[in-house]
Design a protein around this ligand. Structure first.
Ligand SMILES: NC(=O)c1ccc[n+]([C@@H]2O[C@H](COP(=O)([O-])OP(=O)(O)OC[C@H]3O[C@@H](n4cnc5c(N)ncnc54)[C@H](O)[C@@H]3O)[C@@H](O)[C@H]2O)c1
Ligand SMILES: N[C@H](CO)Cc1c[nH]c[nH+]1
Ligand SMILES: [Zn+2]
Length: 431
C-alpha cells in the first residue's frame, strides 16, 4: 500500500476518494438497461442476463424442486454455521423493534408513532464474483421480523443458469420462496418496474457492484421505489498503533481487499514502524489468497497513512467515513466514543471485521463511498415506515385551537384556520 506521512489537511479530500467510476459514465451503461426492462419486461431481462451473465434463462423463478434440492448440496457443517449466524442476527434485529410511542402533548391531544412494515420488498444478493449467501441472512431476517408481506430475492445465475446452492438454502432457511435468477442493473430494474416474472416492489435492498448501486440510485430518483442506501464496493479503515497485532490487521485489510478490484482499504497508524510491519504482513498473507489477483488490484487503490497526533487521526477517520472501521489501537474503546462517521465499528484486537460480515449479529449491508457520513446500515428500521397517528378530544381542540387559528391567519391560509374555527364554533353552539 502506498504510504503517506502526515498528510496535509488540504490533501485529505483527494486522499480519501474512492476508486469508483464517474457516476455519469456508469449511468451511460445502466440507463439503457433500465429503460429497456421498463418497456420490454422479461424479454429484455432475458437479453441482459445472456449478455452480462452468459446464461440462457427461460424461467426466471427458481422452482420449488431447485429450492428443495439445494439442501442436499450444502454440507451439514455449513448448515450449522448458517443456523448459528441466523440465531445471532435474529436476536440483534428482533431487539431493535420499537414499542408504539404514545405521548399526550397536552390534555386531550394524543400523538402516536407506530412502525408499520413495508409491504413489498426486493432483496438483491450479489453473485458476480462470489456467491454472498450471508447477504441472504442479512436482508431476509429483518424483512421477516418486520413483517413484510411480499419478499422477492434476485441474484445473478451462473453460466449454466443455476444459483449457488448455499444462496438457495439460506433463502429457504429464512422463509423466502420467490427467488429470481437475475442480477445486475437488470434485476434492480425488474424489481423497480415489475416484469411478467418479477413483482414490482416498494423498496429495494442490498449491496452490489457499481452497476447495481447506480441502478438503485437512479430508480429511486425516478420511480416510486425507495432504496436502503448506496452499498457499493466493500471497504475498511483500520486504526493501528504499537498495541495492534500486525498479522491481524493485515488479515482484516485483505478481507475487504479480496471482495473486488474496486474495493479500497485504508490504514492509519501513529508511527511509520507500525505501517511498515503491517505492510510486510500484507505482502506475506497476500501470496496465499485464492483471490490474490483481485486483492492486488484493490491494494493499488489503497493507502497507508502515518498520523502521529491521535485527534488528527480520529478527524481523518471521521472524514473518511468508512463502511467498516476497525479500532485495533491501545485505547480503542475511548476512540470508539469519538467516531461520528462509520457504517460499523469493530473494537479491539479480537474483533475481526469478518465477524460482522457473517455471524456476530450486526448487519453487513452498509453505506460505502463516504455515505456513512449520513446513511445508516440496514437494520430492522430499514424495513418499516414510522406512521404517526393523532387524536384530539373536544377539550383538546378547545385548548390547542386558538393557537392554530392564529398561526394559520399569520401564514394567510384561511382554510387551515377555518378547519379549527368551525369546530370551536360547533362546540360553543352544542354544549
Ligand atoms: N456495501 C456492502 O454492504 C456490501 C456487502 C457485500 C458486498 N458488497 C460489494 O458487492 C459487490 C459484489 O459485486 P459482484 O460484481 O461480485 O456481484 P453483483 O451481483 O453486484 O454484480 C454482478 C452483476 O453485475 C453485472 N455486470 C457485470 N459487469 C457488467 C458490465 N460491464 N456492464 C453492466 N453490468 C455488468 C452483471 O449483470 C452481473 O450479474 C462487491 O463490490 C462487494 O464489495 C458490498
Ligand atoms: N464485507 C461485505 C460488506 O462490505 C459483506 C460480506 C459478505 N461476505 C463476506 N463479506
Ligand atoms: Zn466481507
Amino acid at each position: 500500500m502506498e504510504k503517506f506521512i502526515e498528510p496535509n489537511i488540504n490533501d485529505w479530500p483527494e486522499l480519501i476518494s474512492r476508486p469508483v467510476k464517474n457516476f455519469d459514465d456508469i449511468k451511460k451503461i445502466v440507463q439503457p438497461v433500465l429503460d429497456k426492462i421498463k418497456h420490454e419486461g422479461d424479454s429484455a431481462l432475458k437479453e441482459f442476463t445472456q449478455k452480462f451473465d452468459g446464461a440462457e434463462i427461460n424461467d426466471f423463478l427458481v422452482s420449488t424442486e431447485e429450492l428443495d434440492k439445494a439442501s442436499s448440496l450444502v454440507s451439514q457443517e455449513l448448515k450449522e454455521a448458517l443456523q448459528l449466524a441466523k440465531n445471532n442476527i435474529e436476536k440483534f434485529h428482533a431487539a431493535q423493534a420499537d414499542e408504539v410511542l404514545t405521548v399526550e402533548t397536552m390534555p386531550g391531544v394524543s400523538c402516536v408513532r407506530k412502525s408499520v412494515a413495508i409491504r413489498k420488498v426486493g432483496l438483491y444478493i450479489p453473485g458476480g464474483t462470489a456467491p454472498l449467501f450471508s447477504t441472504v441472512l442479512m436482508l431476509a431476517i429483518p424483512a421477516k421480523i418486520a413483517g413484510c408481506k411480499e419478499i422477492v430475492l434476485c441474484t445473478p445465475p451462473n453460466k449454466e443458469g443455476n444459483i449457488h446452492p448455499a444462496i438457495l438454502y439460506a433463502a429457504k432457511l429464512t422463509g423466502i420462496n420467490t427467488v429470481i435468477k437475475a442480477g445486475g442493473a437488470q434485476a434492480v430494474a425488474a424489481m423497480a418496474f415489475g416484469t411478467e416474472s418479477v413483482p414490482k416492489v416498494d423498496k429495494i435492498f442490498g449491496p452490489g457492484n457499481q452497476y447495481v448501486t447506480a441502478a438503485k440510485q437512479i430508480v429511486s430518483q425516478s420511480e416510486k421505489v425507495a432504496i436502503d442506501m448506496p452499498a457499493g464496493p466493500s471497504e475498511v479503515a483500520v486504526y493501528a498503533d504499537a498495541a495492534s497485532i500486525p498479522s491481524f490487521v493485515a488479515s482484516d485489510l485483505l478481507s475487504q481487499a479480496e471482495h473486488g478490484v474496486d474495493s479500497q482499504v485504508i490504514l492509519v497508524a501513529d508511527t511509520e514502524k507500525t505501517v511498515d510491519e503491517i505492510n510486510d504482513a500484507v505482502a506475506e498473507q497476500l501470496e496465499l489468497l485464492s483471490r490474490k489477483d483481485i486483492a492486488i488490484e484493490a491494494l493499488k487503490n489503497s493507502r497507508a497513512f502515518v498520523i502521529n497526533n491521535k485527534q488528527t487521526a480520529i478527524d481523518f477517520l471521521n472524514e473518511y467515513a468508512a463502511e467498516h472501521l476497525i479500532l485495533a489501537n491501545e485505547d480503542a474503546d475511548d476512540v470508539a466514543e469519538q467516531i461520528i462517521n462509520a457504517g460499523s465499528v469493530f473494537i479491539g484486537n479480537f474483533t475481526p471485521e469478518s465477524a460482522g460480515d457473517y455471524a456476530s449479529g450486526t448487519n453487513h449491508t452498509l453505506p460505502t463511498n463516504g455515505y456513512a457520513n449520513a446513511y445508516s446500515g440496514v437494520s430492522l428500521d430499514s424495513f418499516v415506515k414510522k406512521i404517526t397517528f393523532q387524536k384530539i378530544t373536544k377539550e383538546g381542540i378547545k385548548a390547542i385551537g386558538p393557537s392554530i387559528e392564529l398561526m394559520a391567519e399569520e401564514e394567510q391560509l384561511d382554510a387551515h384556520k377555518n378547519a379549527v374555527t368551525l369546530r370551536l364554533k360547533y362546540l360553543q353552539e352544542n354544549v
